[in-house]
Design a protein around this ligand. Structure first.
Ligand code: COA
Length: 182
């Protein structure tokens, strides 16, 4: 079995390019530490974290980014539905500060979305994030106020990736169970 790696251990100034793989049980310590580093102690009160408390993440859609075999980033996906349409909530997405600006974050966002959508069940990947980061990757701003979260969110940060180019304009409703989607 591989030894668990804490995020503090991910400090080596490695030069390789990031790759992604499915998360394994032994990544749990790394992911916990990384989320603490990236989002701080206030993370549990964030609305997106509250969604994940209510609707469990799909561990088979959790990815780890690595550089030369050292974990350096992670992303989770939560199956949800909105207005009777099945999809996924992406996040948290985080890259260890010592490994930023190497493309790990964008690789994780792209690959986890591709993996989720390839299942053929969900129609969108929703997230709460910066337009400048995600819109060049294909995410679009939703109609402010249309997607209702179980807590406050900045409506200009509610972004959607979908094959249907109209869905960002039409998706409307509260975040609900994946199984409530048609
Ligand atoms: C956001 C984050 C995941 C990016 O990780 P990363 O591995 O450095 O991302 P990439 O290497 O793929 O992309 C880096 C590029 O995005 C830019 N970028 C990073 N965060 C950005 C943001 N919030 N808005 C716009 N651009 C951003 C960087 O400046 C860099 O630009 P460059 O390529 O022109 O130098 C990482 O900074 C992080 O973990 N931040 C803290 C947690 C967080 O905010 N998560 C996102 C929540 S939605």
């Amino acid at each position: 079995m591989t030894t668990p790696v804490a995020a503090e251990a991910a400090v080596a100034p490695l030069s390789g390019q990031p790759t992604v793989r499915l998360a394994r049980e032994e990544d749990e310590v790394f992911v916990d530490d990384l989320q603490a580093i990236a989002f701080g102690p206030g993370r549990f009160s964030r609305t997106a974290f509250r969604v994940r408390e209510r609707f469990p993440i799909d561990k088979s859609l959790s990815l780890i980014a690595e550089v030369d075999g050292t974990p350096c980033g992670s992303v989770w996906m939560t199956p949800i539905s909105v207005g009777g349409i099945k999809g996924y909530l992406l996040g948290p997405l985080a890259t260890h500060p010592n490994f930023r600006k190497r493309g790990a974050g964008k690789l994780l966002a792209r690959e986890v979305s591709k993996l989720a959508m390839s299942r053929g069940e969900g129609h969108f990947v929703l997230l709460v994030g910066d337009q400048d980061y995600y819109c060049p990757l294909g995410w679009k701003i939703t109609v402010p106020g249309n997607v209702q979260f179980p807590g406050p969110v900045d409506p200009t940060r509610v972004l959607l990736l979908a094959d249907d180019p109209e869905l960002a304009n039409t998706l409307k409703g509260s975040i609900a169970d994946f199984d409530l989607g048609a």
